[in-house]
Design a protein around this ligand. Structure first.
Ligand code: SER
Length: 885
């Protein structure tokens, strides 16, 4: 059964049963909390949660999905794909459990000739949520499934939500038994590789909130209607039906795998390592193709970064297969041909896809070769030095000079059995960012002689259309190269472009300039920066990527939508945090500066003491509650007086008589004068995570926050750290602080006991040492190497105890030992010895000299140390030789 056939059977089956067939939505999810469409239900979230009435009671779809969480597993298992298709049937308050189970069972077990999927009943197992007795009864009654093939599992397996606040509920999963060859008996609870999950039926009946993990969330309330959300893994069923071993061998994927094998000259199925690489190529090329068809462009952030990672991992896998020339032209066309029947968009936008993919490969191939040899060198050097960690500066060099994403370096280091000094790498990255910012500032002011701008400004203001549009068709008014107005610029040149209108936001009011492109007939310009060198005039600093641009050309400005979404989230988050600050601290906490860009914001405000952790949390909480309340965002343009009368906060010294733009979030809840771009309702901000609070000067504080998906990632990292601690310490999360305090105090107690034992052991050595005294002229002398000791205090107390034990006749004690890896010597003389002219200071100094160091002290007690422990006997002899005759 071909994948396309499977897809059609699915849609036909549910269409015949009253379901509206809904085409697959884009991989780029429009849910602000999700970077990609991760499940078939994502486009239906507003209907499932009851936010918007569903336009149909039942629906069915075969949805494109991307999940990259398990990217490392790709190729190694039968079923991890970064791109996959989920076939689903949905009921919005229409049918529920019984009907969902009955549909699923019928479609699975109906013969292929009757339009079903033709599975044998005896091969199917199900799992249900442990408390769901009703589902068990239904499986028995509706499907006639014997009790022993129904297993109960907990929340980790049989409860479903997207990982974000929203709808969720218990689920029931259907598994196919692949047979004894693939693992142990005992059903899915025992082995989820032999028993392969093929279909998940979710009984959506609750609204969830505070989703902290798969199993840790709060139920807000029951949904107004009970819904059904199911998902069948198309790739999984396809590989079972096609009689192949895994999802990489199905008709839509296998051709790329074969092509990779052919190009490399290594057959598939001979060497496990090579097989995994071919599967990685086949999976990643397809995912990248589908992402680019949905408009994603390789970049260093967000979705673009994920795409870049997929592309670079494919290049690298081909290289590990022994191929170091470009292969994307062949691999991508092969993948396109395998996918175009189901997804015509891959053919329609293939020109763009090819341009992006091929140039990404060209660029990366060049750097991969040199980067890999640098890495290999660093790996052998690290090994030779007996270390297990690659230095952070190597990772940084690879990133900075060779464009190696840090993940790639981490992976390659891991393959060589090493880790990477991540802390040092992050510090270097931060340093570079600060430097780049300073450089950019310097460049911005030195753009060009301002007179060249005023000529253009005289033509009128640049019209900013970007509040309403991401794209704008306009005309080139001027081109500036090296401060001179010129008539054209060609590929490879950097220039400034002045346009009549622009949808690209120029850096101002704390908001970073938009990222994007400017295109026209025969040229493409990459936008590097957008500034207003004089008020009212926007200048686009660009690099001409292809072609030639001339004054008077028609041009279209295109804002990178991902960037802009992030920028609006961050700017609205800045307003939310500002409002929250003032709520908590009072109206004196006035904003003194701010900066925001996709994923990040910071705000400086007048305040002269540090915020307590409680205050920080309160501010963060207020901002997030405002997000959840989904407050409308409204902008109005009005005279300044009017805005002030409304209580809008004027921040940047607006002039009297001007018209200003007022941005409200939730009416007066947050009201500011602001020209920035904002979300249209607060929920679109997603999430704000206040990550730091610090001082800037004596009268200002700074708060910094991550916004949207970046905020989530930061929390996810912290969660991973906590879960590592809980598993290492075998302690539930809530008890971690107590457990760590307990461990520290028992460590302290243990250290104290060790010290007691050590001093008791030292005390026991005193009699023997005293008994070893020999006569030397008038003196009774003890000299000994006492070996390794915990501290020089130990050595000192040993020396004084021995001296005390020697009585009142003239006595000198010289003991040496090794403390903290270094030789140390202490000399003591008693009263009678000093009366006869002995001074401990010079004796210790002489001994220390022999040890290769220095020393000294009082007449009765002195100490010294050095570096050469082997010289201890000679050092002790030097003490004896130094005694008066
Ligand atoms: N949403 C569920 C899943 O992704 C079923 O469609 O598994």
């Amino acid at each position: 059964m071909q994948t396309a056939d499977l897809r059609q059977r699915w849609l036909d089956y549910f269409a015949e049963r009253g379901h509206t067939v809904v085409p697959s939505a884009s991989l780029v999810s429009d849910d602000p909390t999700l970077m990609f469409t991760v499940a078939g239900m994502v486009p239906f979230i507003p209907y499932l949660s009851g936010l918007i009435p569903a336009p149909y009671p039942r629906a069915t779809s075969v949805q494109k999905c991307i999940r990259t969480l398990d990217i490392e597993e790709v190729g190694k298992t039968t079923r991890h794909g970064t791109f996959f298709q989920m076939a689903g049937n949905f009921s919005f308050g229409d049918y529920f459990k019984e009907q969902a189970i009955s549909f699923a069972w019928e479609l699975l077990t109906k013969s292929e000739s009757e339009g079903g999927l033709g599975f044998e009943e005896r091969d199917l197992w199900v799992t249900v949520y442990e408390e769901d007795d009703e589902a068990i009864e239904l499986w028995k009654r509706v499907a006639g499934l014997p009790e022993q093939r129904i297993q109960r599992l907990g929340k980790a397996d049989n409860y479903w939500h997207t990982g974000q606040p929203g709808p969720g509920g218990p689920c029931s999963e259907i598994y196919f038994d692949r047979g004894a060859k693939y693992g142990a008996e005992g059903g899915p609870a025992a082995d989820d590789s032999r028993y392969l999950e093929i279909w998940n039926l979710v009984f959506m009946q609750y609204l969830l909130d505070d989703v902290r993990s798969k199993t840790d969330f709060s139920v807000v309330r029951e949904l107004p209607k009970k819904n059904i959300d199911t998902g069948l893994g198309v790739e999984r069923v396809a590989f079972l039906k096609q009689g192949v071993e895994n999802m990489y061998e199905i008709d839509q994927v296998r051709p790329v795998l074969d092509r990779a094998a052919e190009i490399s000259g290594r057959p598939y199925g001979r060497d496990h390592g090579d097989d995994v690489r071919m599967r990685v190529v086949a999976d990643h090329v397809r995912s990248a193709l589908m992402l680019m068809a949905d408009g994603v462009t390789p970049s260093n952030e967000g979705r673009g970064y994920i795409l870049r990672r997929l592309l670079r991992r494919s290049v690298r896998a081909m290289r590990l297969l022994g191929v170091d020339v470009a292969t994307f032209p062949e691999l991508f066309t092969t993948s396109r041909d395998a996918m175009k029947a189901a997804y015509p968009e891959v053919e329609k936008s293939y020109d763009r896809i090819a341009r992006l993919a091929y140039s990404e490969e060209e660029n990366f191939l060049g750097t991969l070769a040199s980067g890999t040899s640098i890495l290999d060198l660093a790996v052998s050097k690290t090994r030779e030095e007996g270390r297990r960690q690659l230095p952070g500066d190597t990772a940084f060099l690879l990133h900075d000079t060779f464009g190696f994403p840090i993940d790639l370096t981490l992976e390659m280091a891991e393959e060589a059995g090493l880790t990477v000094d991540r802390g040092a790498f992050d510090a270097l990255m931060a340093e570079q960012r600060n430097k780049a910012k300073a450089d950019a500032k310097a460049k911005k002011t030195a753009l060009a002689d301002l007179s060249v701008y005023s000529d253009f400004r005289a033509l009128g203001e640049t019209v900013f259309t970007g509040y309403d549009y991401l794209q704008t068709e306009t005309r080139v008014l001027g081109i500036i190269v090296d401060g001179e107005s010129v008539s054209r610029a060609v590929a490879g040149q950097t220039a400034e472009v002045i346009l009549a209108e622009t949808s690209l936001y120029a850096e101002s009011g704390g908001q970073e300039a938009d990222a994007g492109t400017i295109v026209g007939a025969g040229f493409e310009l990459d936008v590097l920066d957008v500034q207003k060198p004089v008020k009212g005039l926007v200048s686009h600093r660009v690099e001409v990527r292809t072609g030639e641009v001339a004054v008077d050309d028609a041009a279209t400005t295109i804002v990178d939508p991902d960037w802009r979404r992030g920028a609006t989230q961050a700017h609205s988050a800045t307003h939310l945090i500002h409002a929250a600050l003032r709520q908590v601290l009072g109206p004196d906490a006035h904003q003194s500066g701010s900066y925001n860009k996709a994923g990040y914001m910071r705000l400086d405000f007048g305040w002269n003491q540090a915020l307590s952790p409680e205050t920080r949390s309160e501010i963060e909480e207020i901002a997030n509650v405002a997000i959840r309340r989904d407050l409308p965002v409204e902008t109005r343009v009005m005279p300044l007086d009017e805005a002030k009368a409304l209580g809008a906060m004027a921040l940047f010294g607006e002039k009297y008589g001007e018209t200003v733009r007022v941005v409200d979030i939730g009416g007066p809840w947050s009201r500011e004068l602001c020209a920035g771009t904002h979300v249209s309702s607060s929920a679109q901000v997603g999430l704000v995570n206040l990550v730091s609070e610090s001082s800037v000067g004596s009268t200002n504080r700074r708060v910094e926050a991550l916004v949207g998906i970046d905020a989530f990632r930061e929390l996810a990292t912290e969660r991973a750290i906590v879960s590592q601690l809980t598993s290492n310490l075998k302690t539930p999360r809530e008890q971690l602080p107590d457990r760590i305090a307990e461990l520290l105090s028992s460590l302290k107690a243990a250290e104290k006991r060790i010290a007691e034992f050590e001093s008791a052991a030292l005390a026991q050595r005193v009699p023997d040492l005293a008994a070893s005294a020999v006569r030397r002229g008038d003196f009774s002398v003890v000299k000994a190497d006492v070996g390794s000791l915990g501290s020089s205090d130990d050595l000192r107390s040993l020396v004084t105890s021995v001296r005390a034990r020697l009585g009142s006749d003239a006595a000198v004690v010289a003991l040496a030992g090794v403390v903290g890896g270094k030789p140390s010597v202490i000399v003591a003389a008693n009263d009678a010895a000093r009366d006869r002219g002995v001074k401990a200071g010079p004796l210790a100094k002489a001994a220390a000299g022999v040890l290769g160091g220095g020393g000294g002290g009082k007449d009765d007690l002195a100490q010294g140390g050095g570096t050469n422990a082997e010289a201890i006997p000679a050092a002790l002899d030097a003490v004896v030789d130094g005694l008066p005759n």
